[in-house]
Design a protein around this ligand. Structure first.
Ligand code: ZN
Length: 311
């Protein structure tokens, strides 16, 4: 079995304006690197289908989905641009991109659960982990990973899934959605005192939130993962693991001040794959979150995808 790979072309057309770090070129950098490195040849490419209303309301309120859908479809039909918060904006292609990003995550989950792929990576944008039940924020509209995790539980009947989030920013949206849902264990690391300025006090007993001081290097982050994430994951025995794969904790990324490098992302991925092999039949679905230094992003996704494809 192999690694399913989603990179819907619609995701490239969502654009929040010149100079915005969450830009279409991120996907180009990733796809170029996968091609140039030869990794592309080992991946099972799939076209995504758009998420349905039923998918979206697994993680979001009906009212939010209705309101965002009105707003984004108005942009689509009237060629408008609209700002949802100071750093989150929609263009006429955002609605379609957001549906494909969430849809890819759901479809990846089905492929893996149906045994058509061992694991999957979704190179999608907009990212999702800041989107709460009822609010778009921090470059995010729909919470792709939370929707996919709930799909695995509510639609596909799994009893326990884990979400691992190694983005430099706290996945407050995912926490908002799954805190208190004891079928989900969320483990995360994030830079302390950085956007969205929360997470230090977890909102539920199913959360392992580990804030890390700025300028922490990879070796210490590995120690933290070993001490805080792995025992919790081992005890929880997830039947599937979802990864909020943000690569903005990279040493070269200007949006955060942590010191991870490619080898650290590879190490974390391999550790999560170990847990998946022991408890989850190897089932992993990983979705792109942040990562804004284009070359560091591409190389980091490269080692992450290589680890998935060699699992
Ligand atoms: Zn981030």
């Amino acid at each position: 079995m192999s690694t399913a790979y989603f990179s819907p072309p619609e995701c490239r057309r969502h654009d929040m304006g010149a100079g915005h770090p969450e830009c279409p070129a991120r996907l180009d950098a990733i796809n170029d690197w996968l091609l140039a490195s030869g990794l592309d040849a080992g991946l099972q490419r799939h076209d995504a289908r758009p998420a349905s209303l039923t998918d979206l309301t697994l993680a979001h309120t009906q009212a939010y989905v209705a309101e965002l859908s009105d707003q984004l479809q108005r942009c689509e039909q009237q060629g408008e641009h609209v700002a949802l918060d100071p750093d989150t904006a929609a263009n006429p292609h955002t609605w379609r991109a957001a549906l494909m990003a969430a849809g890819a995550a759901v479809q990846a989950t089905d492929l893996v659960l149906d045994g058509h792929a061992q694991n999957a990576f979704c190179a999608v944008r907009p990212p999702g982990h800041h989107a709460t039940r009822d609010q778009a924020m921090g470059f995010c509209f729909f919470n792709n990973v939370a929707i996919a995790a709930r799909h695995a539980l509510d639609v596909r009947g799994l009893k326990r899934v884990a979400i691992a989030d190694f983005d430099v920013h706290h996945g407050n949206g995912t926490e908002d959605i799954i805190a208190g849902d004891e079928r989900v264990l969320m483990v995360s690391i994030f830079q302390d005192e950085l956007y969205p300025y929360c997470g230090g006090v977890p909102k539920g007993t199913n959360m392992v939130n580990v804030p890390i001081p700025a300028y922490t290097r990879g070796a210490e982050v590995r120690d933290i993962v070993e001490a805080m994430w792995l025992p919790a994951l081992e005890a929880f025995k997830p039947e599937m693991i979802f990864i909020s794969a943000g690569f903005d904790a990279h040493r070269l990324d200007d949006l955060g001040q942590l010191g991870l490098v490619e080898a650290d992302y590879e190490w974390i991925t391999l550790k999560l794959l170990d847990v998946a092999r022991r408890h989850a039949k190897g089932r992993v679905v990983s979705c792109l979150e942040g990562g804004y230094n284009l070359s560091a992003l591409a190389r980091s996704v490269g080692v992450h995808v290589r680890a998935l494809s060699e699992a």
